[in-house]
Write a protein that binds this ligand. Structure first.
Ligand code: PHE
Length: 446
């Protein structure tokens, strides 16, 4: 049996975890959530949840992952001796499986847009009415399925080659580039006529705009965007060596994630108002608004293409972590069978994802619960499964995992600041987080 995979460097781990976190959640989902659930007020509550709940949870997954050094359906037993807690790991596997099945639909949209933009730059497409373009694409069953398939295949190919080779290298270049490309879009977006209103909408919180639904979605969004509640981050941390400072890493990832979310909002909202569009358009928001911004730019098509490629990359570094979680558990970290299982799970994800891919076309009228099949999967993951998984992790770390072991693992006790930090963190994990997660749940039911 081959050894457990290892990151080749500290920065490799941070980049891979940031790559897992930053993806469709921050770039695609956050803006349309904010556009539907209260603009600036949503941003504010999202930031509060990310710092108060997300950061402590991320650190919990890191501590447990690095200490336990094994796959997530085994780690809870290994650490506590009680096998029933492994259920948290099993639940996480279910969550990422469902998540990948609809994540890949959106990933596919990016691929379609890349093809379209390429054709466009050769003068082969005409319509710049992006609302229609978008609908034509996503309602076309062949396009949807083929692009979803392609997205899954890319992910499978990378994961089948193994963590250390597959993930690290490209992140070093692509992630900073993605951020830079956002800066360029923001500059164009905020200088459009009539952009000010959008900036206000996004940056001036009006608390009255916030609903209890919006609060639940903001919590779900903070989990989704940080890859929490699935044991995915735990899995990445299990490939770590003891030298890495996980507190610093967690902080860095959280702030990068907030920065990208804000950047996405700043790129989109000013433009929405400048073009006289509605912010509450749902999942198509980014795909309808951004191309119009690029149309207003010098060599806009070229920039758009570049942006889409970076965006696709960000989505793939996240989907890699989704698939990786299933694979690490099925192979029990034995790399010999990694390739075979990557293809098998990828195939199953595709099959299970078919109704999601068709939710905007053929199955548009097949609605139940909160909407289409796609909507329901999204809701189930972000607002039910992830919070339950997160609750499991906080209870485990706060009440089952030995406190001294945790403190040793964190290795922060030599400075006063460090001691205060870990104690506040521990208090949050033990008492505050479970209460917040349960309260938001109950609030939603009322
Ligand atoms: N955080 C990822 C994103 O925002 C999604 C994800 C969730 C990835 C859970 C892994 C685990 O795109």
């Amino acid at each position: 049996m081959k050894n457990l995979s290892q990151w080749s460097s500290n920065i490799g781990f941070i980049l891979a975890s940031a790559g897992s976190a930053i993806g469709l959640g921050a770039v695609w989902k956050f803006p349309y959530m904010a556009g539907t659930y209260g603009g600036g007020a949503f941003l504010l509550i999202f930031i509060i949840f990310t710092l108060l709940v997300g950061l402590p949870l991320l650190l919990s997954e890191f501590v447990l992952g690095r200490y336990g050094r094994t796959y997530s359906t085994n780690i809870f037993k290994k650490v506590s001796g009680k096998s029933s807690f492994n259920l948290i790991g099993w639940l996480g596997n279910l969550t990422v499986f469902v998540l990948f099945s609809f994540y890949s639909v959106i990933g596919g949209w990016i691929i379609l847009y890349i093809i379209r933009t390429l054709l466009d730059s050769f003068g082969l497409t005409q319509s710049h009415d992006y609302g229609h373009v978008f609908n034509d694409y996503i309602s076309n069953p062949l396009y949807s399925l083929a692009s979803q398939f392609a997205f899954i295949l890319f992910t499978v190919i990378i994961v089948s080659k193994g963590v250390e080779k597959g993930i690290e290298k490209a992140s070093k270049v692509m992630m900073p580039l993605l951020f830079i490309s956002f800066v360029i879009i923001i500059i164009r977006s905020v200088t459009l006529d009539g952009a000010v209103e959008g900036i206000q909408y996004f940056l001036q919180p009006k608390i009255s705009d916030l609903s209890s639904e919006g609060i639940l979605y903001a919590l779900g969004q903070s989990f989704f965007a940080l890859s929490l509640g699935t044991c995915g981050m735990m899995t990445y941390a299990s490939y770590l060596n003891r030298k890495t400072n996980i507190v610093k890493s967690a902080n860095a990832i959280v702030w990068m994630n907030i920065a990208v979310s804000i950047a996405a909002g700043l790129a989109i909202f000013p433009a929405i108002f400048a073009f006289g569009l509605e912010p509450n358009q749902g999942p198509g928001l980014l795909f309808i608004v951004l191309p119009q911004v690029f149309d207003q730019m010098f060599v806009g098509q070229l920039f758009y293409l570049l942006f889409l490629i970076l965006f696709l990359f960000a989505a793939i570094t996240s989907s890699i972590s989704l698939l990786e979680l299933n694979i690490s558990n099925i192979t029990k970290n034995n790399n010999d069978n990694r390739k075979k299982w990557s293809y098998i799970i990828g195939g199953l994800v595709f099959v299970f994802g078919i109704p999601s891919a068709l939710s905007n076309g053929l199955l548009q009228n097949f609605t139940f619960g909160v909407g289409t099949f796609f909507d329901n999967m999204d809701y189930l993951v972000a607002n039910v499964l992830m919070p339950i998984g997160a609750l499991g992790v906080t209870i485990f770390v706060g009440h089952i995992f030995n406190k001294e072991t945790i403190m040793k693992e964190l290795n922060m006790s030599d400075t006063k600041k460090g001691r205060i930090f870990v104690n506040v963190w521990y208090f949050l994990v033990k008492f505050v987080l479970p209460i917040i997660i349960i309260a938001v749940f109950i609030g939603q039911l009322l």
